[in-house]
Design a protein around this ligand. Structure first.
Ligand SMILES: C[S@@+](CC[C@H](N)C(=O)[O-])C[C@H]1O[C@@H](n2cnc3c(N)ncnc32)[C@H](O)[C@@H]1O
Length: 200
């Protein structure tokens, strides 16, 4: 099955509250959003947004929000919830190169689905070319020792070394922590949350 079909099928057949990554309690992601200065004015790119509440929160700001997903189904669900001139719905596979200028790049549980080295390199090239100087990245990915699959797909686990390897020296770690996330079916998954700043 093609990647888009896989994800479309999930969003088409399952309600949001049962999805393994659904954040009923949004406080962990909210806590990290609050660490980003002047969030209200920033241009933000969200990769693989799914149907997350983050879309509603960010799209009510002054700054521009680009909501990306490979799934047209997920974006269609969001389009029914969100009406704002400052929002762009961007249907695209993030393993293919693109550029969307932004001040903040947010990725919760999307990057870790890229397995091929070529795809990962394309992702980080796009990120580096899109993010302006002093821009901020918020990553939240499955970390070492956590589950090896999500949504029936294999994934790559991340730690700080791995992020830094792909980001290179121009990015400085501001803050990070391991967070134990409880899924709707009450399993636990360890995420690494990390904030980076682009210094040049
Ligand atoms: C585990 S869900 C996380 C959704 C959301 N980020 C959240 O935190 O609730 C993964 C999301 O990434 C999207 N996705 C998977 N592979 C993608 C790709 N190559 N390009 C863009 N989006 C992708 C899926 O359609 C899905 O919405």
């Amino acid at each position: 099955m093609e990647k888009q079909e896989h994800w479309d099928n999930i969003f088409n057949t399952q309600c949001e509250e049962v999805l393994g990554w659904f954040e009923k309690d949004f406080s962990q992601t909210q806590k990290y959003l609050e660490k980003i200065e002047n969030l209200s004015d920033k241009d933000i790119f969200v990769s693989g947004v799914g149907t997350s509440k983050i879309a509603d929160i960010l799209s009510s700001r002054k700054g521009k929000t680009v909501l990306n997903d490979i799934s047209q189904e997920a974006l269609d669900i969001l389009k029914q919830r969100i009406e704002n001139k400052n929002v762009e719905f961007f249907h695209h596979d993030i393993s293919k190169h693109f550029k969307k200028e932004c001040d903040v790049w947010i990725d919760r549980a999307v990057l870790h689905f890229l397995i091929d080295e070529e795809d990962i390199k394309n992702y980080f090239e796009s990120l580096k070319q899109s993010l302006r100087k002093d821009g901020i990245i918020l990553f939240a990915q499955y970390t070492k020792g956590s589950a090896k699959k999500c949504a029936n797909l294999p994934l790559k686990q991340y730690d700080l070394e791995e992020f830094q390897f792909y980001l290179g020296k121009s990015f400085k770690l501001l803050e990070s922590e391991t967070f134990e996330f409880t899924t709707p079916s009450l399993n636990t998954r360890n995420f690494i949350y990390a904030l980076y700043k682009k210094e040049d």
